[in-house]
Design a protein around this ligand. Sequence first.
Ligand code: SF4
Ligand code: SF4
Length: 205
Amino acid sequence: MDARETQRPVWRSFDPRWVGNAAAHARAGGLAVVTARAAFALVAPGPEGELAELAVWALLDLRAGDLEPVDAGEAEGLLRVRLTPGQCAQCLAWAERDAALPGHTVGVDFACLDCAMCCRNNRVVLEDEDFARWAAAEPAVSPGRVHTRRGVRTLAVLKNGDCQHLRGNRCDIYAQRPNNCRAFPMGSEGCLAAREEAGLAMFTV
Ligand code: SF4
Ligand code: SF4
């Protein structure tokens, strides 16, 4: 869980004839899907070549392939990722969800304590650093039940899918929560999907 106001990229879809508009949307912080026969998405890198955190998470959720720099044309300077038909369909669904939003980005400021959906039906992978932190804590923290499969350790969940550390909507090891929980950003596509599944609002504007 996380709780801070942030801007997330708005998804828009564009016909290939309007690549210039798609590029302008991406340069302004949005994410653009271009529905050419070989569909692709455009994203703008920051001044150091870095991507905005929520753009990275959107691409992770898509299981997108490698980003390629665009070195000519209206999208020059942007990064492009080719999309499979399934990935394109997902981007179009996100664009449809965002269709009523004005602008290129939108502020999100969800109250995580009224939600906690990312602590339900989730799979929290544990890292060596988590175990080291728990062992060094005063008093030491117990991770509870841990599953190990093919060398990957995860927090066991309750029968109802809740994380074993969830108490109401609070985490009982919040100050010592695993790295995976710390990294999960409010406003990511995973966050929005979890909220949608629970019937919670996906926009705070
Ligand atoms: S799903 Fe999103 S809003 Fe809900 S608790 Fe997790 S990060 Fe917060
Ligand atoms: S450890 Fe805490 S923050 Fe992580 S999923 Fe469980 S309840 Fe949520």
